[in-house]
Design a protein around this ligand. Sequence first.
Ligand code: PLP
Length: 300
Amino acid sequence: MTMHTRSQTRAPAGRIAYVDGRYVPHGGATVHVEDRGLQFADSVYEVLPVRDGMPLDEEWHFERLERSLREIAMPMPMGRGALSQVMRETVRRNRVKLGIVYLQVTRGAHRRDHPIPDRQVPTLIVTARGMDANALAKRETNGVGVITMPDIRWGRCDIKSTGLLPAVLAKTEARKAGCYEAWLIDEEGLVTEGASTNTWIVTQDDVVVTRQLGNNLLPGVTRKGCLAALAGAGINAIEERPFTLKEAQQAREAFVTSSGGGVVPVVKIDERTIGDGRPGPTTRKVQSLYRELEGRVANP
Ligand code: PLP
């Protein structure tokens, strides 16, 4: 029988995961069969970019993690300082220079019963993995296509929950269509966000638009970083408001942001080419501002 060498369940030799106080070989890292993260998606997570071997924007990610946890009445598994150490150690042990660190907190293992148990002992999982620098650069330079899908998610997308089935289905359709992302459209025809990114357009009048925060989308850390970087560069033509799919398709430029991918130009939405089909000047400006921000944090 042929073995798939790139199987998703087998880890490359030497990969290490952190689970509940222990660093273990990734391939053998497990949680309890009645872990509530597994049974109910009763868990939240964070993904941080790693640049030059350092997790970026830790404080912003901790803020969002604490907020997600608060909203679902779950305690922090440990303080920020200890969590930071675990993430850095996981990155170090996996020898990740460019990549991501993933952190998940579940409500722990309990006899299966829906209500939140009185006594909560969270499960903490941290993993790290490298990214293909060439693939990243290619996306940044050439841009990507996206498809659109109805937004069928729940009413609290501001909580970074691992209940990601709608995103799984949307991303699968995107992948099948040869696209990077699926933009999610609400019942009023407005773009909420991507399945795993925040969405942006640049209007014909050169205004940068991204949807305002609310219960229906994730407060992206990259989104926050880009807004701060734009303001810092004195670019004030920014509007935080919803936009329709039609407005996006008629926009001069479009892009998406996420910790995993950075700032990725969108050159096609469904069958419609955006602008001249190449990343535009404003998107490239945001990319360079964000890279500067990354560089500063990684090399303080
Ligand atoms: N929106 C959704 C639904 C996401 O899953 C993500 C990231 O995974 C983002 C937006 C981007 O957030 P961040 O920039 O914090 O990675």
